[in-house]
Ligand binder design. Structure first.
Ligand SMILES: O=P(O)(O)OC[C@H]1O[C@](O)(CO)[C@@H](O)[C@@H]1O
Length: 771
């Protein structure tokens, strides 16, 4: 049995629990009306009402005893003193230093960190003011008006939550958006209506190595470079970094003049009041940011100095332990009755669950009790019309934290009274419910009555304050930070590491490598192998869903005709053809690298690609004979960010040349392309490598054959090949295309020359509804 379960107070709580569990909150209130007065506390302007909990004085006595037995006060003091309480990473956890007044001294490894904190805040304030005053200019000289914070986890959730929470105090001339997901959609939607020359990217990453953030940061830089004509100097005007990793920031191309640092003793989820809060400071201004820090500090001081019995984070933390470990409650619902706090539950999920989702003690022993519960929630009153039913009448015990404000930031009519009436009513209904007798007394018939019964006895906390302000937000966050710490101390776990997110990250890197190198053999379990195989295949196919969504043909199509000598490109509505050279080493990446700058100004919403090799189910089945490697499995849709149809190059030219009936198409180019169309159905064929004479058809009639045999003999072989194919396939007519069609002096009956531009016509046709 673990040391925790052996503790005197833990055992006393176990023994005491049935005595409490058998009582309904109705009885507890009836027997002890004075509990309302006793079960409340105040801190930093917040009023905590915890009377509606399934507790008695005795419960509280044991809970506070447990906190003392677990050494809460000593561990708290160790944290505030800068000791390395994050034992698995050998670091201090000193987020409290981020909001310490300048006069305070907090040492890490013997050095006072408070002056550094204030120096960074000062630099941040100067920068924030430049942006807010329109003095920070983009690469065309226009002022910055759009701010995009690129980060994830603690480098995103805190900033987003704070921006939403304090939007009322923000400068409305500025647009703030947040990009976190590695899904490119997040980035694309964030910037879709922004001018690059008015947009500042804040790359927020403690480590500056996080895959999602760095991928988004590179895409942001590409987006800017495309608009700035590749002028690298623009980066300095449009990128700043928030990080602890100077080298990685410089390697990315951001000078340390534009970097705002913090320290390894600030955990990601405890960092929103560090440099990571730069977006918040730009939005609300340095003064309001300082108010927020003051709010944090007020709660820190309360936690540090107030006796446990009156200490808000301690009381709330212990109540959480009570339900989690003695009532088997698995979740906590956080229900802010304030629209501006809509992202607060999401923020709290990382703070609580990344901190206390641990299965071993500080010493590494597996725990035999439950640790961190699941946090979730939505702003009221919206949640009332979705999941509250389960809280009221379901079979699970879900303690609720209600957060409310006496005043609205947008007062109008009865709105706010109605909002607050709902919080109060919910807490009442949860605690006291409605008995069968009460239901019947209301005249409800026996059949319906059980459905209308509310058991009640559901605990809830009310956290109330005057109004949502930067200060109130700061102290609310600090309250939950210290609640998490209190619980971690009871459970004897380390709330400051997050090894649990590592394995998935490592495996993802391995899987992405396997996805992008489709010839690599797979050595995972059979389920993982099967999913990777499915994705490898599916990713390079054009999407039927996209096609269906495009029930209207796209307005404009880019066609690429990839050949052994050239890659040609054309966009519909513009007869200009563009060419780049291809070679035996051309890969999709090198092709796109050359093409991108040339077609940057072209507008198109779909792409057709004529590919010089075999396809299977519209996927590239084999690398081309005459080009480089890496074509199989290459995701062209991702590369273009648009739907892509792949077709064999000969088939594409054939489609452009088709005039009905049975048509055989032969493309005489570097190789020999072949396709057959019957009644509009295109059947690409790989006849080129079938045996002919001493080698293959292609060896005689392709470019190599022309060079080796000379024009005369080559012509004779071409005519022979046409004859053989006519005999075998019985087409109504044959179209000869490809670059070398001009080397043919005469053509037999039912054979005509195709026009090379028909490749483009075929590519455009692919997107017509009937194609
Ligand atoms: O700020 P970084 O280093 O990019 O990390 C982002 C997030 O990733 C994690 O390390 C793991 O999810 C979080 O703790 C952190 O907030």
């Amino acid at each position: 049995m673990s040391a925790l379960r052996e503790k005197k107070a833990w055992r006393a709580l176990e023994k005491h629990q049935p005595d409490v569990a058998k009582h309904h909150l109705r009885d507890l209130f009836a027997d002890d009306p004075g509990r309302t007065e006793r079960y409340k506390a105040e801190a930093a302007g917040w009023h905590l009402d915890y009377a509606r909990h399934r507790i008695t004085d005795e419960t509280l006595k044991h809970l506070f005893a447990l906190a003392r037995e677990c050494g809460l006060e000593a561990r708290r003091d160790a944290m505030f003193a800068g000791e390395k309480v994050n034992t698995t990473e050998q670091r201090a956890a000193l987020h409290v230093a981020l909001r310490a007044p300048a006069r305070e001294v907090i040492k890490v490894d013997g050095e006072n960190v408070v002056p550094e904190v204030h120096a960074v805040l000062k630099r941040m304030a100067a920068f924030a003011n430049e942006i807010r005053e329109g003095k920070w200019l983009g690469f065309t000289g226009r002022p910055i008006r759009n701010i995009v914070n690129v980060g994830i986890g603690g480098s995103d959730l805190g900033p987003v939550m704070a921006f939403e929470a304090l939007r009322h105090f923000s400068d409305r001339k500025l647009q703030l958006r947040f990009v976190s997901n590695v899904d490119y959609t997040d980035f694309a939607e964030a910037v879709h209506d922004f001018r690059p020359d008015e947009t500042l990217f804040i790359i927020a990453s403690k480590t500056f190595t996080t895959l999602e953030t760095m991928t988004n940061a590179h895409s942001a830089r590409d987006w800017l470079m495309a608009a700035a004509g590749g002028d690298k100097k623009a980066v300095a005007k449009h990128f700043v970094a928030l990080s602890t990793n100077e080298k990685a920031v410089e390697d990315f191309g951001i000078s340390t003049d534009h970097m705002y640092g913090f320290w390894d003793w600030v955990g990601g989820r405890y960092s929103m009041d560090s440099a990571i809060g730069l977006s918040t400071m730009i939005a609300i201004g340095p003064n309001a940011f300082r108010d927020m820090l003051a709010g944090f500090h007020a709660m820190d001081e309360h936690f540090r100095t107030t006796p446990l019995e009156k200490n808000l984070p301690v009381i709330m933390g212990l109540l959480g332990v009570w339900y989690n470990d003695f009532f088997g409650a698995e979740t906590v619902a956080v229900l802010p009755y304030e629209q501006y706090l809509k992202r607060f539950p999401a923020y709290l999920q990382q703070l609580t669950m990344e901190s206390n989702g641990k299965h071993v003690t500080v010493e590494g022993a597996t725990v035999d009790y439950n640790t961190g519960p699941i946090y979730w929630g939505e702003p009221g009153t919206n949640g009332q019309h979705s999941f509250y039913q389960l809280i009221h009448q379901g079979t699970r015990l879900i303690p609720c934290d209600f957060i409310g404000f006496a005043k609205s930031l947008n007062p109008y009519g009865r709105h706010h009274d109605l909002l607050i009436a709902n919080v109060i009513a919910q807490a009442e209904a949860l605690a006291f419910g409605k008995t069968l007798q009460q239901v019947k007394d209301e005249g409800i018939n026996d059949e319906l009555a059980p459905h209308r019964v509310f058991e009640g006895n559901r605990p809830s906390t009310l956290l109330l304050t005057d109004r949502l302000s930067p200060t109130a937000l700061g102290s609310l966050i600090a309250l939950y930070e210290h609640l998490v710490f209190t619980q971690a101390t009871i459970w004897n776990i380390n709330p400051f590491d997050q090894w649990g997110v590592e394995l998935g990250k490592q495996l993802a890197l391995r899987v992405v490598d396997e996805i992008e190198s489709p010839r690599k053999s797979l050595s995972h379990d059979s389920a993982t192998n099967a999913t990777i195989s499915w994705y490898r295949k599916a990713r390079s196919k054009s999407s039927p869903t996209l096609d269906v969504a495009q029930s209207k043909p796209p307005q404009s199509v880019l066609v690429l005709d990839i050949g052994g000598t050239h890659v040609k490109a054309m966009v519909s509505g513009n007869p200009k053809e563009l060419k780049i050279k291809s070679s035996r080493t051309l890969t999709p990446e090198t092709m796109l690298k050359q093409l991108r700058p040339l077609i940057r100004s072209w507008k198109y919403d779909a792409v057709s690609i004529g590919y010089p090799g075999p396809l299977l189910h519209e996927c590239i089945a084999q690398d081309p004979h005459n080009l480089g490697k890496g074509w199989v499995g290459f995701n062209f849709e991702n590369a273009f960010g648009r739907p892509v149809k792949l077709i064999n190059d000969a088939a594409m030219q054939a489609l452009g040349s088709y005039e009905g009936g049975r048509m055989l198409f032969l493309g005489l180019g570097t190789g020999l392309g072949t396709a057959f169309i019957v009644d509009g159905i295109v059947e690409p064929m790989e006849l080129a490598h079938l045996p002919y004479k001493k080698t293959t058809f292609e060896d005689y009639v392709g470019e190599r054959g022309l060079k080796r045999l000379g024009k005369k003999k080559w012509q004779a072989h071409v005519l022979d090949v046409i004859k053989q194919m006519q005999a075998a396939l019985e087409p109504d007519y044959v179209v000869i295309g490809g670059g070398n069609v001009h080397e043919l002096d005469t053509l037999p009956k039912d054979v005509r020359r195709g026009d090379n531009n028909n490749a483009f016509a075929g590519g455009f046709r692919l997107w017509e509804n009937k194609a």
